[in-house]
Structures are given as structure tokens and as C-alpha cells.
Design a protein around this ligand. Structure first.
Ligand code: SAH
Length: 395
């Protein structure tokens, strides 16, 4: 019989409502001596079955729920859940796509992205880390990829008592740079050292939207791509004949790959500028020099890693958006994002509103933005909604 985690009577509600995390404070007792990472039954005080998940006493989140049904967590169960997540996507043969979005696909702690013939697996928790060989084997069968590479070099693993790990799990090592297509643009990513699993897949739909916007506005659009990483937003604008795209990022490696991606697509190199700079400084200098753009994209890294950092993050977002407004021609556009889970979409909109008020400009919301459909958010897991954005027209 599995070990049992007894829940305090007043803490059952979120579990019944299918929130996948059980914090230590909700636990009344642990029965049956489970080992860290073991599958445990989650039960009420009366012994009533509530859920089943894996346990880690080292983590604040002691149990991550895998199922709310009284079903066995066998290899067959993992295979069914993987298959279900993969079936919900339709990855193009040559494209990149998130196949498993952790809690949001009811596989807490497991992220899997595919880039053409190779998959990248990221384990965020002990329960998944212990099972990664089995999971990689199942994935290889389901996906038929040439290899699966592990990129478990993320800080959150520390909260689970885990160190960073990278390496080949199954099959061949991926090439140094992997080529794939996004909205028919050719891209390359570094699966070994690139950010996340190599690329920001969550922005695919917003990049396509930017391309459409540039196409609809006709030629001669000047675009500023702030926090450009490898320049993927800008490439979408260049394909639609933007007059000039300025990409700004602090990372030299990212910008160099951006230039390589530009060449790969055969776009006019004269129209693209890659600047290695701190965006906050760049914005101040650009305002000073009266630079003006038709479209600004602002996609900063996560500013708030927890609730305590929200206030500081809000100041950062406000500063960025205020300084972006100043550079936009009347009738131009701002595509602005936050990927801080701790900053809600509502709060982000309020921060941008605050920046607008200080700028003396006028703005309309054309669209609320979120991640691509391969990054679903489980309805019962608001923590999954980290990426939010606004497409604004500015006067
Ligand atoms: N828009 C990108 C993803 C941006 S991720 C895309 O479509 O792929 C955030 C980026 O911000 C990273 O590339 C990181 O190198 C960069 N960055 C972080 N802090 C910065 C700063 N202060 N100034 C400039 N770039 C910064």
C-alpha cells in the first residue's frame, strides 16, 4: 500500500478544486514512511481518497498531484499522459513546439520541447528527476526523435534539493546549432547553452502577429525590438519589409545568433541592426537623441521571481514602458510583455496605464496577448499564466 499524506480538514478545498500543489502547511500527518520522490495517496482526515501524487519533504510544495482519480501511476499511466499532451499539439515535422507544459498538462515538474528531430527535457522536481530515464524512453517511442537532451539547469531545482544537470538522455546528441522553422522563418537555436530549452517558443504567435501588423501597415516601418534575444520578432518584421529593425539585447551570443539567423533567411542585412546594450540605458539615450519608431516590442526577462519582488518589478516595467512610449510615433504600436508569474495580467495592465499617464500620450488596447497554444494554462492553476502582454496603439 502507498504511503498516505493526511490533509488538514480546512485545507482540502484547493485539492478538491484540482490545484496541483500541496504545501507543507496543509499536511496533518505522513503515514507509512515514504521515501522522497515516492508516489503517495493524499487523503482527508477520515481516510477519504482525494488525490495521488509524488512526495518531496525537502520542498515547500511537498506533494505535486498527478491524478485526482484512484488509479495506479504505472508506466502505462505516464505513457497515456505523454501521448495525450503530444496529441493535443500538432508539431510540424521541421518546427519547434512545447509538447509538455508541466502542471498545465497535468505532468508537474516536466517540460518537454521538440526542435525538429530532437527533444529537450527539463525536470524541475525530484519526483520527475527520479523518473526521467523512463520518461525519456517513453517519449522517444512516442516521438520517434533522433535524441533527447536534458536541460535541467534551472535555479528552481534548488528548492527541491536538486543540482543543475545537463546531458544526453536517449539517442544522439543534438547538433551544436539546431535549425527549425517558425511561421516559415528559418531559425537556429543552441540547445546546449541557449536560454530556456534553447529558444523562447512561447512567443511564436505574438511574432506572427507582429508580422501581420507590419504587413498591414505597408512598407517603411521602423521597428525597435527590445530584449531581442536571437532577434526572432525582428525577423518576422523584416520578412514583411520593415524599413529597419533595431534589436537590442545584453547578450552578445544571442545577438550573434540573431545575425546568423538573418543571413539564413537571406534578408537584407542593411535593414537590420543588432546592438549589445542595457535596454534601460539604450532607451534613455534614444529618447535624448530623439529616435522615433513605428513599432516597439518590449519583452523583458522575468523581473519578479516571487511576491516580495512585485513592487520592484512594477517600477522596472513602468520605466520600460514609459520610455518606450516616448520613442513611438503618433499612430504607432507598442507590443509589451511581462513573463513574471507573480505579476498578474490585471496588475501588468495597471502598470502600463501608470506609465501612459506619466507620458501624456493616448493609447488603445488592440489585443491582450498570451503565450502560443502549445503553452496552455490549466484553468485550476493560475500560477501557470506567466506570460501576458498588450498590443497598444499610441497617439
Ligand atoms: N524577445 C525574445 C526573448 C526575450 S528574453 C525572443 O523573442 O526570443 C529576455 C532577453 O533579455 C534575454 O535575451 C536577455 O539576454 C535580455 N536581457 C536581460 N536583461 C537585459 C538588459 N538589462 N538589457 C538588455 N537585455 C537584457
Amino acid at each position: 500500500m502507498s504511503a498516505r499524506i493526511i490533509i488538514k480538514p480546512n485545507r482540502e478545498k484547493p485539492i478538491i478544486n484540482q490545484h496541483p500543489w500541496i504545501f507543507s502547511g496543509a499536511i496533518d500527518a505522513v503515514q507509512g514512511n515514504p521515501a522522497p520522490g515516492d508516489i503517495v495517496d493524499v487523503v482527508g482526515k477520515s481516510g477519504k481518497f482525494l488525490a495521488r501524487g509524488y512526495w518531496n519533504p525537502k520542498s515547500q510544495i511537498q506533494v505535486r498531484i498527478l491524478t485526482w482519480q484512484d488509479e495506479e501511476i504505472s508506466d502505462g499511466w505516464w505513457r497515456r499522459m505523454i501521448q495525450r499532451a503530444v496529441d493535443a499539439r500538432s508539431p510540424q515535422p521541421d518546427a519547434a513546439c512545447r509538447l509538455i507544459n508541466a502542471e498545465n498538462d497535468w505532468l508537474p515538474g516536466l517540460v518537454v520541447d521538440v526542435y525538429a528531430d530532437y527533444a529537450v527535457l527539463q525536470t524541475l522536481t525530484l519526483g520527475i528527476d527520479q523518473r526521467k530515464q523512463m520518461l525519456a524512453r517513453l517519449l522517444a517511442e512516442v516521438l520517434g526523435v533522433k535524441g533527447i537532451y536534458e536541460r535541467s539547469d534551472v535555479d528552481v531545482r534548488g528548492k527541491e534539493g536538486l543540482k543543475p544537470v545537463t546531458g544526453v538522455l536517449v539517442g544522439d546528441a543534438p547538433p551544436e546549432l539546431i535549425a527549425f522553422s517558425e511561421n516559415t522563418i528559418r531559425l537556429q537555436a543552441d540547445l546546449y547553452k541557449g536560454h530556456k530549452t534553447g529558444f523562447y517558443l512561447d512567443q511564436r504567435d505574438n511574432r506572427r502577429l507582429l508580422g501581420r501588423l507590419i504587413a498591414a501597415e505597408g512598407e517603411r516601418q521602423r521597428v525597435l525590438n527590445l530584449f531581442s534575444y536571437t532577434g526572432a520578432f525582428g525577423l518576422h518584421a523584416l520578412r514583411e519589409n520593415a524599413a529597419r529593425v533595431t534589436s537590442v539585447d545584453a547578450s552578445r551570443e544571442a545577438l550573434m545568433l540573431g545575425e546568423a539567423n538573418l543571413q539564413l533567411n537571406g534578408f537584407d542585412e542593411e535593414r537590420a541592426e543588432f546592438l549589445q546594450a542595457d535596454v534601460f540605458e539604450y532607451l534613455r539615450d534614444a529618447a535624448h537623441e530623439h529616435e522615433r519608431f513605428d513599432v516597439v516590442v518590449c519583452d523583458p526577462p522575468k523581473f519578479a521571481h516571487n511576491a516580495q519582488q512585485i513592487e520592484r518589478a512594477a517600477r522596472g516595467y513602468k520605466d520600460l514602458n514609459l520610455n518606450s512610449f516616448k520613442l513611438i510615433k503618433p499612430g504607432g504600436y507598442l507590443m509589451t510583455f511581462s513573463c513574471s508569474g507573480a505579476v498578474s495580467a490585471d496588475l501588468f495592465q495597471k502598470i502600463v496605464f501608470g506609465a501612459l499617464a506619466d507620458s501624456g500620450r493616448q493609447a488603445q488596447i488592440l489585443r491582450h496577448l498570451g503565450p502560443s497554444e502549445d503553452h496552455p494554462v490549466a484553468l485550476t492553476f493560475p500560477e501557470g499564466a506567466y506570460l501576458k502582454g498588450l498590443l497598444l496603439r499610441i497617439y
